[in-house]
Design a protein around this ligand. Structure first.
Ligand SMILES: Cc1ncc(COP(=O)(O)O)c(C=O)c1O
Length: 397
């Protein structure tokens, strides 16, 4: 028999850097190894097809497409719903804007219009104010992308009424709607509603399989038949047409069937961790966690983010972050006793370090550019900038 929850390969440290750190459980590996496969590029892989059918049903959409990553799912959605030269509206801290390599410009030829707002949300009036009337001088308004839960904001959830109001405004303005629902199941868990309800207002929805759901690879893009047929075309164009991919899709299928209920445990672990942090002088929750992401500002301890991460890691706790804002993410591979251990380690690392912040150490909202390097991205280098190099193939810029 295979255990559904435990991972038999122990890590030498507690990995709270990301929910992408989950590894397939023994049961998932077994399911993957025995999955029937075929040629997915020809639509003949039975496991991919089963995953697509189950994911579409879960999200309340006509159809769904299995893709290698959530980044690709977002980028294909943008390609499907826009034309080059269009304008796309998103939160200023949206993953598609900060962490997808400028994909909207490269792959779809669109420009992003960043919108301000608290907790990764924005108000309908902000959207209305940003969308300009038809004029040959202006880019054509076409698409709004929301993120739920919102990574950078701290795993925050769009409340139903707020989301409905923005979706309503978008429709009145004649815009399409895409949801970066990489952590949509966390949002649904927190709200206590079916996933389809969270996905309902959107033309297309990304769902990541390899974050809290615990599959090793993959994401879903769901939508109506027309949108997904078009997405299938762009999947091929972007080189993501795969063959016997049922072997990896099986991980996602297993995750949808078995790993959704455990997200509530991840949220409970995050709440417990936040409670522990809140009792350590110098640490400020930024914000209070709503799901599985715990962000804490350590400026009040006098330690730099790099020092803090290094000291935590020396004691067997890995987190991520940028500047003074550290990120701890709970997931399938993190147990309640790992949380106890993490709190004890944090007391040890920060307990003795508490001191008033220095003028440059930043507060809860400070150090914003350094914070943009979070989520495991490389920290900004302190060495002088290198001179420009010749481009690919020896072409000059
Ligand atoms: C909100 C959000 N969207 C999209 C992605 C991209 O996921 P992937 O790296 O699997 O492509 C991430 C990854 O961290 C994310 O947090």
């Amino acid at each position: 028999m295979y255990s559904t929850a435990a991972n038999t390969t122990q890590r030498p440290f507690i990995d709270l850097s990301s929910d992408t750190a989950t590894r397939p459980t023994d049961a998932m590996r077994h399911f993957m190894a025995s999955a029937p496969v075929g040629d997915d590029q020809r639509g003949e892989d039975p496991t991919v097809n089963a995953l697509q059918i189950e994911a579409a049903a879960l999200l309340g959409k006509d159809d769904a497409l299995f893709l290698p990553s959530a980044t690709l799912a977002n980028q294909i959605a943008i390609r499907v719903l826009t034309r080059p030269g269009d304008e796309v509206y998103c939160h200023e801290h949206a993953h598609i804007r900060l962490y997808e390599g400028g994909g909207p410009a490269v792959l779809s030829g669109v420009q992003l219009c960043p919108l301000p707002g608290i907790h990764g949300t924005f108000a309908p009036e902000v959207l209305r104010g940003a969308v300009r009337p038809p004029d040959p001088h202006f880019a054509r308004p076409r698409l709004v992308c929301l993120e739920n839960t919102h990574n950078f904001a701290g795993g925050t959830v769009w409340q139903r009424d707020d989301l409905t109001a923005v979706a309503h405004a978008a429709r009145e303005l004649g815009l399409f709607l895409h949801l970066d629902g990489s952590r949509l199941m966390n949002a649904a868990t927190r709200l206590g509603v079916p996933a389809a309800e969270v996905a309902e207002p959107f033309d297309t929805v990304t769902l990541c399989l390899s974050k809290g759901l615990g599959a090793p690879v993959g994401a879903i893009l769901a939508g109506n038949k027309t949108a997904i047929n078009e997405a299938r075309h762009w999947k091929q164009v972007f080189g993501a047409g795969m063959r016997q991919s049922g072997i990896i899709a099986a991980g996602g299928l297993y995750a949808l069937r078995h790993h959704i209920p455990q997200l509530a445990d991840d949220h409970a672990n995050a709440t417990k961790l936040a409670q522990g942090f809140s009792e350590i002088p110098g640490l400020t929750l930024d914000p209070h966690p709503e799901t599985n992401l715990v962000f804490v500002n350590i400026a009040g301890t006098g330690l730099s983010g790099d020092e803090a991460q290094a000291r935590l890691m020396e004691r067997g706790v890995r987190c991520s972050g940028g500047g003074h804002r550290l990120r701890f993410v709970t997931h399938l591979d993190v147990s309640a006793s790992d949380i106890d251990r993490t709190i004890a380690v944090a007391r040890d690392v920060f307990g003795s370090a508490a001191s008033p912040p220095t003028p440059n150490s930043g507060g809860a909202g400070g150090d914003i550019m350094a914070e943009h390097s979070l989520v495991g991205r490389d920290a900004p280098s302190s060495s002088p900038p290198a001179p420009p190099e010749l481009g690919v193939g020896g072409l000059s810029r």
